[in-house]
Design a protein around this ligand. Sequence first.
Ligand code: DQA
Length: 150
Amino acid sequence: MHILVLHGVNLNLFGRRDPTHYGTATLEDINRRLETLARELNVTMEAFQTNFEGAMVERVHRALDEDVNAVVINAGAWTHYSYAIADALAVLTVPKVEVHMSNVHAREAFRHESVLAKICAGSVCGFGIMSYELGFRAACALAAANIPQK
Ligand code: DQA
């Protein structure tokens, strides 16, 4: 089983960015933790980060022709307004799980809405790196269960 982990805009700055919301772990730390978890769960993973919306859309398009069984995505601020990324993800029929390091619902109003939520199986937020780990576990479980996705 292969899991695609997508990190969106500004997430390369984890570790140097607002530690009260995002802690001190870097993106490399997050990816290392997920790689360890992937080995534990006996799956493979690839992590991809970009600050360019079109590059993210194209990465999702490539996944259509790859053996990807589930997607974990933290789209950063794109979560709140990118219909382009939502539309691209909607074409992928594998389970998609939305994750956020911070508790977006306890923050500014613009972060309360996710345009990705409708096309994701579920979301995990507010637990720092653990949001990614829980989201990854959920993605693996959903892929293994083979439940048809929206
Ligand atoms: C974030 C939350 C978003 O609102 C924000 O724009 C981010 C990070 C999170 O992981 O908590 O860039 O996705």
